[in-house]
Structure formats: structure tokens, C-alpha cells
Design a protein around this ligand. Sequence first.
Ligand SMILES: Nc1ncnc2c1ncn2[C@@H]1O[C@H](COP(=O)(O)OP(=O)(O)OP(=O)(O)O)[C@@H](O)[C@H]1O
Length: 691
Amino acid sequence: MVGDAYLDRLNDAQRAAVTHGVVNGVACPAAPLLVIAGAGSGKTNTLAHRVAHLIVSGADPRRILLLTFSRRASAEMARRVERICGVVLGDRAGIMADALAWSGTFHGIGARIIRDYAEQIGINPAFSIHDREDSADLLNLMRHELGFSKTQSRFPAKGTCLAIYSRVVNSQLPLGDVLMRHYPWCAMWEDQLKSLFSTYVAAKQAQNVLDYDDLLLVWAQMMAEPVLAEEIGARWDHVLVDEYQDTNRLQDSILHGMKPDGRGMTVVGDDAQSIYAFRAATVRNILDFPSSFPNPGTVVTLERNYRSSQPILAAANAVIEQATERFSKTLWTDRLSDALPRLVSVRDDADQARYIVERVLQNREEGMALMQQAVLFRASHHSGSLEVELTRCNIPFVKFGGLKFLDSAHVKDVLAMLRFAQNPRDRVAGFRILQLLPGVGPNSARRVLDTMQAAPDPLMALADMKAPPRAGEGWSGFVGTMQGLRSRASGWPAEIGLVRHWYEPHLERLHEDATMRLADLVQLEQIAGGYPSREKFLTELTLDPPDATSDQAGVPLLDEDYLILSTIHSAKGQEWRSVFVLNAVDGCIPSDLGTGETEEIDEERRLLYVAMTRAKDSLDIMVPQRFYVHGQHGMGDRHVYAARTRFIERAMLPLFESMAWPIVTPEEEKRQDGVRQVRIDMGARLRGMWG
Ligand SMILES: Nc1ncnc2c1ncn2[C@@H]1O[C@H](COP(=O)(O)OP(=O)(O)OP(=O)(O)O)[C@@H](O)[C@H]1O
């Protein structure tokens, strides 16, 4: 057709997906279409072309519903659609793209629909929407009101209650099932949780608020009503869904409710990249899509990868091939290269960080900007050592997914305690610490600090001081710890353990995700061990903090160059020339949490796959021989000897260049041998001192 030259830029499979349902240049709502788009196969590009092509072929943009995973993705899609339409429509493209008014996330669109139909469904259209934090606070209030916070054994914290509630809503499973499968340690509270949730729902209704999950739940409930479902479904001729592999049951029921026969529906996704099960997403949605309508859907598979070099792709393919259930597709590329992905064995976390710094700088020397390189990890706290090493070497970085390690509140708290012990006149540190204590507010804190300030020996004054009026039992623990730090009896780095011990109950009280944060503190202790003294540790970190304006830590100015640090989850949809994957060992990938059922293991495998497929030219998978774990199951903190992740099996090793780092030169080896040959009978020497 004249004017659709943009189609020439697509490969055959992409073009088939883009033109599906367009007959003789006219767009019609056609049979449901599933586009299985492998990593780097141009999924975003294809979806944007499809929307543009539908518009150019006469579809009314106001009657297109485009559902994306994030607001950013939706804006990006609109921009691309306008650009592609521009080729054909010229100036009119802007008007058409603007008319694409129903483009957004499921939650965003849900809110609009609910407002439109509010009166009909007995909701006050002036409802307000609670974000996760508001919801957790409200749940907490209900939890207190019902007296659950005072129970003998610990009732789940507000964050856990919200997670359970959300999982029940999104997975559409009974509470008992969700508890048994995902929160077995809360199963004993089933009855109380049920009444908590029903009180919570009543409170939301009384206050005229909807929470995040309600936006989907109410929409889904509306779609269960055939008359409403038909009316709402009829508002759109085309419904397109991106990242379909990360949708949950509720979202799926909304789609099926609106388009029971699937006509006009397009979903795009990659089952191999489904990594959001913890938010109740289910890979079954995509696996079952073609057979979920009265007439089977059309499936188009995009298998040509434009991103990664052939050796990187071969390794990633090998990893995903072991998945138990998936649409069969094998990605290919014509981007030939001799560089195999590296499997780098290092001694520990510290060497892992040093290796990455060395390699990142080397890449930069060779012309690869920092921004074209990324370090990916399973959990936010895995990058602790690396962040310190990067800071030491003046390499700017931006971290996505989780706060920067040294900027997070709990790490700051522990550092503030150490600093306060180090310099009891440091009011900033003191103010922060004192207010952590229950019953100590800004006024009492100020009085304590004033008294300390006036005394010749402030810590002594603290020990002698009467506890502030409302300070509870936390006071004596605090004073005791400060005295312990003052006496320096335990020595460095044990002192930081002392602080952690004191801080742990506060951490649990203050933060719902205490376990994750505790892991950060253990990490901090590890880092501290690398410094000879408390003073040195604090000075180095203070003089050269990772980010001077930590509170506003955001993306630096665009003209600055910086390295990307990201959790694998936050790396979704992105690509870099060089990618490093941290801690590719059992216990990290798969994480401890994920070592259970096959489904969970498969999800962890897909995470590694997502990480690997972000790389264009260079991929380094790091395998530390030992790493530090925070004690679970009463085993205490310990170094564990790590095994290479089970997802890279022995048979796959030829796909990698295996190397050990640091590379020991023959001279060094000789020197080390020399050191090893010195033999001292220390026992005899010590005995000899007295005999
Ligand atoms: N037909 C094409 N010709 C050349 N390059 C293409 C084509 N289609 C896509 N690309 C390029 O391939 C790369 C990957 O595209 P895109 O980011 O859309 O992939 P994706 O399928 O969304 O990836 P993932 O699912 O792994 O995040 C981009 O750099 C894009 O410009």
C-alpha cells in the first residue's frame, strides 16, 4: 500500500504481527493475536508499529485501548506511534497520537473507568486513591483497633498483612491457599486476617478511598456483570496489552470480560521473561492465551534478536532451554562475534567488586561510556561492596531498584550511632539516634544533647543522666551500648556488631521489611571489617560519601556519565553494551527463597535469562567462591562456600570463557609459595616465653 513504507523496516514476523487484521488497507477487529516476542526481538517497536498501522489504516485512535506495564512505557509508546504515523499522516499525526487517550497502565485506566461508572456501581465518584504506604498505614490502624498488635505471639506486621491481602486479591485465590503456599508462618492467623481485611474494606468504604488493588478488583467485578462488561468492552475496537507475561489473574479476567471472543485483542509478551510472580503475576496467562477463547487465537513468534552478539545469545538460550514449560522458540542473530560471555570466578565479594571496577574502567578506556555498562543483581543489598569500591575509585553510578546502600535509613542509623559514639558532640548524629528511641521526640532529644554538650565528658554525662520523661525501656539499652562503644572494650570491627545488636529490635519496630534491611547491615559489617579502625571507617565514608546530596539522589544531570547499577527486576526492557551479573551462585540466583517449587525455580531461571539478554556485546557473569549470608534458621551469620548457579550446568561451560581473577603472575606465585614455605611452631614459641 502506498504510504506504509515504514513496514519495510520490519522483518517478516514483525510485519505479520503489525498487519494482522488489516485487510485491503482497512483495519478490522480481528481474531485474538498473541505476539511471543523473544528478548531483544523488537517487541516495543512492533507494538508501536501495530498501533500506528491500525491508525493509518482507519482505526479510530479514541477506540484503541493500550495497556502498558508502566507510565513511562505508555509515554514512550505514544511518542513512537506519533513518529511512525508521521511518515504517512504528516502534521495530522500529532492529532491522531493525542487522540490515543486510552493508553496507560491497568491501574490508571481502571481508575478512569471506575470514575466514569461510579454512580452506577454505588461508589462516590469523588473517591481518593491510597498508595501502598497509605494502605499499609490504614491496615495498621485497623490492626491496632482490633487488638492484633498486642497479641502474645507476633501478629504479621502491616507490610506483610498488605502483601497477603494484595496477593489474595490479585491471584483470586482463597486466603487459606495463599497463606499455605506463600506465607505458611502466618497460617495460624487466618481467622484474624480475615476479620482484619473485612474491617479494612469497611474502613476504606467509610472513608471513600480505593487502594491500588481495588482499581483492578472493582474493574474486574464490573466485568463480571455481562451488561456492564458488554457496554464497556464496546468502547474499544482494539485492545493491546504489552508485557502480558507479567499480568495476573485479575487483569486477565478484566480482558476476557471486555472481549469474551477475543476479537480486536492483541497481547505481546515473552513467557521466558516472566519475573513478577511475587506480585501474583502468572505465566499461565500467556501460556494459555491462544486456547482461552472460543476460536483459537493467532500466534506470531519473533525470534530474531537484534540486540545481543551470537555467543551471548547462545549462552542465554542454553539457560532458558532448561525451563520446564515454555513456548518453544530459539532466538537467533546475525551479530557474529568471537567474544564468549565470561564466567569469572573470584574469591569473594570484595574481589568481585574490584574485578568489576577494573573491567569497567578498561571498557571506558576502549571507548565504552559508563552509561553503556550496567551491573545487575538479584537483590538490592548485593551491590553494597561494589558501591563502596566505586565510590573509592570516583566512578559515578546510579542505582535503580532499591535505595543506594549507604543512603538507606537503616545504614544511616547504624553509622549515626557509631559517629555519635565517636564524637558525642555531633548533634546531627545524636538527634537522629535519640529519636529512634520510643518516647523520645525532638524536644527531649534536644535537652539530652544540651546536657551532654555542657559536660566535660559528654558520654559520662549521658550515663549519669535521668532518662527523659517518656523514654521507655529502650533508654537503658541505648545508654549501655554507648558506654560499650566508649570503653572500646570489644574492639573494631566487633563494635559495629554491638551497634547492630542494639539496633535490631528498633529496625524490626520501624521497618516492615526488616529482614532485607538486616542483610544490608550484615553487609555493612563486612565492609567495616576491611578498615583498620572505627575512626578510619567513619572518616573514609564521611569524606567521600557516595553522593553528597543523598536525600535528593536521583539521576545525575544528563551530560554526566555514570555507571548503571540495577536489580534485575528494574532492568526489564533495557539494554547495555556491557553487562555484569553479580553473584551467579546458588543462594543468590536462585535465591534462598526460590529453592522450593519447580515454578519458583523456573522464575529464578528466567531472572538470570533476563539479566543475560540485556547485554549487547559483552557479558561477565560473576561467581564468587564464597559469600556472606545472614543467619537464617538459627545458623547465624557465616561465610558459605558458594556453588556456581545451577542454571549454568557443566554441559554449558563451553559456551563461556571460564576465568579466575585476579590472575596471579608467575613471580607473584613464587613469592606466595615462599610465604607459604615459612613454617613457625607458634605453640612452642609461646610456651618458650615462660620456660
Ligand atoms: N526490524 C528491526 N531492524 C533493526 N533493528 C531492530 C528491528 N526491530 C528492533 N530492532 C532493535 O532491536 C533492539 C531491541 O528492541 P526492543 O527493545 O524493542 O526489544 P524488546 O523485544 O522489547 O526486548 P526485551 O523484551 O528483551 O526487553 C532495539 O535496539 C531495536 O532498535
